[in-house]
Design a protein. Structure first.
Ligand SMILES: *Cc1c(COP(=O)(O)O)cnc(C)c1O
Length: 447
């Protein structure tokens, strides 16, 4: 009986997608107008595109000189240098926050935030399953349980309506990840956090300059963490930052990552506080200062191209671009993503669709696999630390409830394009749209 209901629902969904295609003028007409439909490159036809997309990263002579001048000064580390200080000041300004701490990388920015906000042994932290592994490892390294909240498949974000049911008396913090550069639903997340007295650590490692209601991503929760790894929208090879508006907390971040020394309101009396060394080097900061000259312009181009690409490909049956919440006033587009519905493509598996697209000269990937099912979870649960910190009952309950069906499905449907593909002219977007359209036109022979 259930089966019948589902079948009918699927039928209705399929019928409404078909109707939309007719309203948009029919996809065949579009393909004819562009003249791109033809034999798939996968089957020996001419690819839609043979040029590469924009290079990444991008630098100039001034960047080369600023690095050389640091080298020649001999002051390569933060202690005697000025460049990291300057970067922190400028990044706080750019994000509209009171304070910024530069770190060695994004993973250590997250670790610092968790430590300073008091997340530790026996705690639970709410996390999304659709993210880079670092978001989860930092919770495990803090000897806390990463509790997965299922994904909202429309936005790829932590489903804001499924957070509250995961809260227990041990929950300490939420890590919304502004995944792929779109922003999690911060209104709902902050409201739930306030109600239950939880800390909010934004993983904004993919969301430089994205905005929620006019505020920069990373500046909306208690602390925001960034990565400046080579592929990120603000790159320096390896690097990271924590931003925040609570000066005392930020002073603690500075002190903790500088061996527990005094910083601002934190007055250490000798070796009073336990700390670590996560200091950024002067070279990293010099590259970042150079990159910051272009970041706003790049963000504008990505947003413009992404909106244009969406307007083109959302008309193709079975292609559903990632949506964003109404509160998002700017996207970062670290990745451009859409869902691929194979039912509209003659049931061709995602891998087949991707090979066809790649052959047309469009690099595209399938993205994350479900993190809540990865080996790191069982590895953590059976570790000595976890066995000591958590009762058998808690770990068994965790295993039973560790299910994210919406995310499982998203991982089977997601397609990614990298941010640098959005930096070229509008004709690059036409190539992407035409290639997807061409694969769609040829769906009959794809499976
Ligand atoms: C890149 C990234 C990190 C980790 O940053 P690193 O600088 O590579 O340590 C964490 N979370 C997300 C979502 C990321 O994309």
């Amino acid at each position: 009986m259930n089966g019948n209901i589902l079948t009918r629902r699927e039928f209705l969904a399929a019928a409404s997608v078909g109707a939309a295609a007719v309203v948009s003028g029919g996809t065949g007409v579009y393909a004819q107008a562009t003249g791109k439909a033809g034999k798939l490159a996968l089957q020996g036809g001419t690819p839609v595109r043979s040029k590469p997309f924009s290079d990444w990263p991008i630098w100039d002579r001034a960047d080369e000189e600023s690095i050389l001048s640091i080298l020649r000064s001999g002051d390569w580390y933060r202690g005697r240098g000025k460049v990291v200080d300057e970067f922190e000041k400028k990044y706080a300004e750019l994000t509209g926050t009171k304070s910024c701490l530069a770190t060695v990388n994004g993973t250590n920015a997250l670790l610092t935030a968790l430590h300073v906000l008091g997340v530790g042994i026996g705690d639970e932290v709410l996390v999304p399953p659709y993210t880079f592994v670092a978001t989860i490892s930092v919770v495990i390294l803090s000897n806390a349980l990463p509790v997965f909240v299922d994904t909202d498949p429309e936005t790829f974000q932590m489903d804001p309506d499924k957070i509250e049911e995961k809260i227990t008396e041990n929950t300490r913090a939420i890590i919304p990840v502004h995944i792929l550069g779109t922003v999690a639903n911060m209104d709902k997340i902050n409201a739930v956090a306030k109600k239950h007295n939880l800390k909010v650590i934004e993983d904004a490692c993919q969301a430089h300059l994205a905005e929620w209601r006019g505020k920069k991503a990373g500046a909306v929760g208690d602390l925001g963490c960034f990565s400046f790894q080579n592929s990120k929208n603000l790159p320096c090879g390896e690097g990271g930052a924590v931003i925040g508006n609570d000066e005392r907390i930020m002073d603690k971040c500075h002190s903790f990552t500088n061996c527990g020394r005094s910083y601002g309101s934190i007055k250490a009396d000798g070796c009073q506080f336990v700390g670590t060394n996560r200091r950024m080097t002067e070279y990293q900061a010099a590259i970042l200062l150079g990159q910051m000259k272009r970041i706003e312009k790049d963000a504008e181009i990505r947003n413009k191209n992404a909106a244009y690409l969406t307007s083109k490909i959302e008309k193709i049956p079975g292609i559903i671009p990632q949506r964003f919440y109404e509160g998002q006033t700017m996207g970062a587009y670290h990745l451009y993503a859409f869902r691929y519905k194979k039912e509209q493509f003659n049931d061709a598996p995602l891998g087949k669709f991707l090979s066809a697209l790649n052959a047309e000269g469009i690099p595209a990937w399938s993205g994350y696999s479900p993190l809540n099912k990865e080996g790191i979870i069982e590895d953590a649960l059976t570790s000595k630390n976890f066995q000591r910190a958590f009762s058998k009952e808690r770990l068994d309950k965790y295993r039973r409830e560790n299910n994210c069906p919406a995310n499982d499905q998203l991982c089977n449907e997601a397609v990614w394009l990298t941010q640098s593909m959005l930096l070229g002219p509008q004709s690059d977007m036409n190539d992407i749209a035409n290639a997807i359209q061409k694969v769609y036109e040829n769906r009959g022979i794809l499976a």
